[in-house]
Design a protein around this ligand. Structure first.
Ligand SMILES: C[S@@+](CC[C@H](N)C(=O)[O-])C[C@H]1O[C@@H](n2cnc3c(N)ncnc32)[C@H](O)[C@@H]1O
Length: 227
């Protein structure tokens, strides 16, 4: 059965949002792999049931801030807050690394950003970090803004800033300042209300730890403010 067909059996919002079609595209090559999957935010467990049926060999862990009174065969359900790094570390102590991380939790910008900052280092190379419901980036109650699309701490601007980690260095030497995720993000795929962030080097990572700014670099830097 395809992921879309499996999705029809369970009333997760992933069906009506159109995300399930995207997941089919992004997950199909991983279907039979022995991978670790983490989903933040599980509500009634329907997305976990979908993943369980689709991924035959994966270890699947779902977490939620609300204590759940249901069980799903072969799925690890953990109770905790995505903004609590001690809780997230307890997951890492069990799983070591993940291949897929889906953030479908509080949708609060500060939680999306703090979970990404903590968990991304534990995503395997070629792993995918997915952030759902990015439309919340335009809602003030989720830490976003409808008016100021440049609001620094919104979830969309955080994800957009990660795009600089793909391109920035090569084109900005000698002005390059290393950002936390530079050289670690291979690609970012934006679709309506959802982003898929792939971990890994793109072609070649140009950052050089020993880079020293020369006089000609200083002149270039000065001129760059005008051109
Ligand atoms: C949209 S629902 C998840 C739906 C589910 N992933 C699906 O597709 O069927 C969001 C869930 O995130 C949980 N949640 C909210 N804040 C959270 C937090 N800080 N940490 C972990 N889970 C949180 C809520 O309790 C809720 O169950």
């Amino acid at each position: 059965m395809s992921l879309i067909e499996i999705g029809k059996k369970y009333p997760s919002s992933k069906n009506i949002s159109g995300f399930i079609q995207l997941y089919e595209k992004y997950f199909s090559s991983l279907r039979d792999s022995k991978i670790n999957i983490l989903e933040i935010g599980i509500e009634n467990g329907d997305s976990l049931r979908i993943w369980r049926e689709y991924f035959s060999k994966a270890n699947i862990c779902g977490v939620d801030i609300d204590k759940k009174n249901f069980k799903i065969d072969n799925v690890d359900i953990q109770h905790g807050d995505q903004s609590n790094n001690v809780f997230l570390l307890s997951l890492i102590n069990i799983y070591k690394n993940f291949d897929i991380i889906i953030d479908d939790g509080s949708h609060q910008a500060k939680h999306i950003i703090s979970s990404f900052n903590f968990l991304f280092p534990y995503l395997n190379d070629n792993g995918i970090y997915i952030i759902e419901d990015l439309q919340t980036s335009y809602f003030p109650r989720y830490g976003g803004s409808r008016i100021n699309l440049n609001k620094k701490q919104s979830s969309m601007n955080f994800v957009k800033s990660l795009a600089d980690s793909i391109n920035y260095e090569k084109n900005n030497r000698p002005f390059f300042k290393k950002n936390k995720f530079d050289g670690l993000i291979k690609s970012i795929h934006f679709h309506q209300n959802i982003a898929f962030i792939y971990k890994g080097q793109s072609i070649k990572y140009f950052y050089n730890q020993d880079f020293k700014e020369t006089l000609s670099d200083k002149i270039k830097k000065f001129l760059s403010y005008f051109f």
